[in-house]
Structure formats: C-alpha cells, structure tokens
Design a protein around this ligand. Structure first.
Ligand code: FAD
Ligand code: SF4
Ligand code: SF4
Length: 482
C-alpha cells in the first residue's frame, strides 16, 4: 500500500497510508490460499470470516465482501487501520511462514472505505420494543453494544463525558492514522439506527449508575468507559512545568484542536525538544504529534529493547521514518529542573536485558555507572493508563484488585442488569477486543431482557414476531411493557 513521503507527511495531519486501489486489493486477495484450517480466523479476536470476505473481494464483489465482514465487525474501516495485525490475524497467516502474510487489515480497510464512500449499510428492519438501554461511554465497546441493542429494537441512549463521541478513536488516535471522517461515518451509522448521543455528560457526576436504572427508567445499562486515567512514575521532577501525560497531549491536540491554536482556544505547551517515555501505540502517537506540532527533536526513551516495544510494527516503523530518535534500553530516573521550574533534561540509566519476567519479556536490569542526560524541554509520560475511579466511587460496583470493573462470564457486573466491557474490564487492550466485548455484552443483555441473543442473527420480523423474536421464542420473552 502506498504511503506519503516521510518528510512531507511529518509536518501535517493528513493520513500517512493511502489505501489500496480496486486493482491492488484484487491482486492482494489472489495471494490468499483459502486454508481449510483457517488459522487467520482464530488469530482475529472476534473470528471474522477472513477467507470468506477475501473470496468475495477476489470475485470483484466488494459489496458481498462487506456483508461477510459486517456479519462480525461493525468497524472494518477502523480495525483495518489500527488493529495490531502482526500479532493477530496476519501473525498466523499461512502465507506468512514463507512470504509476507496476506495483508488482511489493508483489504478490510479497503472494503470498509468503499462502504463509506458508497453509503452502504447493513441496517436491518427494526421492530421496536419497549426496552430502554443506556450506554455509558462512546468508544468502540459502547458503539458496538449500542448498535446491537438498537438493531434489536431497544431505545438506546449513549452518555459520553467528552463533547464528541468516539472514545480513543476520537481523542487518542490522531488523524494521520485514523481520519476523523472515518470515525464520523461510523457514528453516523449509529445515529441512523436511531441511537441518541448525549455528550458532555459525565456519569458518576451528573447521574449515578443506580439513578439510570432506578430513576431514569433504563432497563439495562452497559458501561464502556475505557481506562483513560494517565499513569506517571514518581521520579524526581515529575511535577515540573513541561511534564505532561500522552493522553492529555493527544486529547488537547486531537479533540480540542490545540494544533489550530490560536484560532482554536486550546493552548498546548509542547516545546522544541520532546522526550517521550514509553514505546506503545500511545507513545508513538505522542511522538509523531509532537513532530507535527513543530518539535525540532523528538526522543523515545524506553527501558527495554525494540523487540519488546508494544507498539504496532507499522507505527514504530513510521515513527523511525519520520525522524524520531530512539533510546532503547534506557530508563529515566530524574527530570532535571532548568532553574525556573521548567524542564532542562531527562537523566537516564542504561539497561541490559536479564531473565524473562511474568509477562514473558526479558526484564531490564540497570548497568551500573551508565547514567546519561538527554537535553529536552518537554517530557511526555506514555507508560500506560488505569481505570478512572469515578464510577467505582459513585456506584455500588464490585471492582477487581486493580480498580477495574469486575464482571461474570456474561460481562454482567455486581449490579443486576448492568453490564461492562472493553478497557474498563480488561485494562488497556485493543479496539477490536473492545468492540468484541461490546457485542458479547449486547448478546447477554438481550438474554437478560428476554430478547433474541446475538448468536441468533437479526432477521426481518415476520407477522407473528414479538420484539424481534420468532413465534417459537415468544416464551423466552420477559415482557416489560411500559
Ligand atoms: P474508550 O475508547 O477509552 O472509550 C471510553 C469512552 O468513555 C471515552 O469516550 C470516555 O470519554 C468515556 N467516558 C469515560 N468515563 C465516562 C463517564 N464517567 N461518563 C461518560 N462517559 C465516560 N488499539 C488498537 O487496537 N490499535 C491502535 O493502534 C491503538 N492505538 C491507541 C492509541 C492511543 C493514544 C490509545 C490511548 C489507545 C490506543 N489503542 C489502540 C487502544 C484502544 O484504543 C482501546 O483499547 C479502545 O479504544 C478501548 O475501547 P473502550 O470502548 O473500552 O474505551
Ligand atoms: Fe485482523 Fe483486526 Fe480485521 Fe480481525 S478485526 S481480521 S484482527 S484486522
Ligand atoms: Fe488466507 Fe492467510 Fe487466512 Fe490462509 S491464513 S486463509 S492464506 S488469509
């Protein structure tokens, strides 16, 4: 897939990867062997019928490929762009044992983009029922749950703390990786299903979860609030001016349009020499955004080696191409003061790799007497996130030992009729895993409400149907007429 030249793209927010043409997509689909054991399907967290959609694409029937894809995923344009394919579907592709694996993500993106351009949808005929469902959080988990519940006929309201829906897809992942128009198109599909979005609404402040159920008349609730609370280490100097979390940097830039300052009223004090601590997707995004905001030098400081870096391979490669300087096996131990409460440098210690730790990765061990100073005026922490405590503090939700919401196998929380999924249950994960959790929770929620489960694909309601259920399923309905 062609990409814009590194030096040109590193100074603007236009998308880096250009996408396949129809001819390129057809050529790539011919590389699929249609393996009978389908390892790629097992590698996809939601089990997309990958050979099935590639076959349709190879036949030139893009619409049919879209229908196969959307039998499982609601966000092909998005997942095709941001999934860590090298550790999921493409990582186990048979072709990849000897050659480059089939570019499953790029093909998926091609089909999803074509659907947006052509205005295709898989909107079913919806038979309304009297159930009201609240979704808290509008990231991929909330979007997926909302879509499935709306298709089942429920009146769905999504409550979102920020001023725009989309979760990390909107506020975290920058436009050069995932253009806002793609997120807008997916949100438009949800509003097309009749879903109502109430933005600027922080649940746990304006209303509690219990109020949604007891006072506001919601029959079921899904919590998909993500894990957006930034994590800092307590190294000396972490409270200096010029020290910022990657989440704040990205939110200000992407959602609040600080990159258009002063036309937009959001300042963002990123300096000329930026050191980013961490090497995951968030770190890559923070580094590449800093370059685009005008930083002359951007450093990546990571205590393990390149092999252990958790970022998608493509993002790491793009950051290297765009001129980020990587300091592998380097552990920050102090942020040095410039004498005016600002940042002068990052003091670090060199590391070497020792034995494997519990995560299976080799543990970094300090090399004595190897301290160095990296001059910089801004330090960005991108070392992970944790659960925002607000819902745990304001609702009687059982949490696990790390502060995430505890759920049973049906993703139901300790409160009857309240489900949860995505990063707020698993900790930071991936877009497709969050979307899968939203769909699993929707299936359980339908069973809870007595509606058809997600394992039964939605079909056009016949004359005898009740709330989308076939006549032989009517006995399962727990009728809650308003
Ligand atoms: P989120 O996407 O976090 O959405 C939660 C939403 O809930 C937010 O909009 C938030 O404002 C809202 N909310 C929070 N609290 C409340 C409240 N009290 N009331 C109302 N609303 C609330 N994954 C990949 O697969 N590929 C990538 O390339 C990738 N890059 C990433 C880059 C960054 C910068 C980050 C931060 C994450 C990245 N991830 C990536 C991870 C992925 O985005 C997440 O795993 C996924 O978005 C989680 O989805 P979610 O729906 O659980 O939560
Ligand atoms: Fe691969 Fe992600 Fe698509 Fe699954 S959703 S097939 S993992 S790109
Ligand atoms: Fe095609 Fe690769 Fe999947 Fe085999 S593993 S069916 S070659 S995509």
């Amino acid at each position: 897939m062609s990409e814009r030249a590194a030096l040109e793209r590193a100074r603007d927010f236009g998308e880096v990867a250009c996408g396949y043409t129809l001819e390129e997509a057809a050529r790539e689909s011919e590389r699929c062997l249609f393996c009978p054991d389908q390892p790629c399907v097992r590698g996809c967290p939601v089990g997309i019928d990958i050979p099935g959609f590639i076959q349709k694409l190879g036949e030139g029937d893009v619409r049919a490929a879209y229908d196969v894809l959307t039998g499982t995923t609601l966000l092909p344009s998005i997942c095709g762009r941001v999934c860590p394919q090298e550790t999921q579907c493409e990582g186990v592709c048979t072709v990849g044992q000897t050659l480059e694996p089939v570019a499953i993500g790029r093909l998926e993106r091609f089909v999803g983009d074509r659907a947006i351009a052509e205005g295709w949808s898989t909107r079913a005929e919806i038979e309304p029922n009297p159930f009201k469902v609240a979704i808290v959080g509008s990231g991929p988990a909330g979007m997926a749950c909302a879509a499935d519940m709306a298709k089942a006929g429920c009146a769905v309201t999504v409550f979102e703390a920020f001023q725009q829906p989309g979760g990390v897809l909107r506020y975290g992942i920058p436009d050069f990786r995932l253009p806002n128009e793609v997120v807008d198109a997916e949100i438009a599909k949800l509003t097309g299903l009749g879903i109502t979005f109430r933005c600027n609404t922080v649940i746990g402040r304006l209303f509690t979860i219990e109020q949604l159920v007891r006072e506001m008349g919601f029959d079921a609730v899904f919590i998909g609030v993500g894990a957006g609370a930034p994590v800092f280490t307590d190294i000396p100097g972490a409270s200096l001016n010029g020290v910022i979390s990657a989440n704040e940097l990205l939110t200000r830039c992407n959602l609040m349009r600080a990159r258009e300052f002063p036309e937009r009223d959001t300042p963002l004090g990123v300096g000329r020499h930026v050191a980013v601590i961490g090497a995951g997707n968030t770190a890559m995004d923070a580094m590449r955004v800093s370059l685009r905001l005008g930083a002359e030098e951007v450093l990546c400081v990571y205590r393990r080696s390149r092999t252990e870096a958790p970022a998608r391979a493509e993002e790491l490669h793009h950051a290297e191409q765009e001129g980020v300087t990587f300091h592998w096996l380097t552990d920050p131990i102090e942020i040095l003061d410039d004498g005016k409460r600002g940042v002068r440098a990052l003091r670090c210690q060199r590391m070497e790799l020792g034995e494997a730790d519990a995560s299976g990765r080799r543990r970094p061990v300090a090399v004595p007497g190897s301290e160095i100073e990296l001059p910089c005026d801004t330090v960005v922490f991108a070392i992970g996130t944790s659960a925002n405590p607000i819902l745990g503090q304001t609702a009687k939700l059982r949490l696990d030992g790390r502060g995430y919401i505890a759920v049973d196998d049906d993703l139901e929380t300790s409160i009857d009729g309240v489900f949860a999924g995505g990063d707020i249950v698993t900790g930071a994960a991936t877009v497709i895993e969050a979307m899968g959790a939203g769909r699993r929770a929707a299936a359980a929620m339908k069973r809870y409400l007595g509606l058809a489960g997600a394992d039964q694909p939605y079909t056009l309601p016949g004359p005898d149907s009740l709330f989308g259920l076939a006549p032989d399923q009517h006995g399962h309905a727990r009728v809650m007429l308003a």
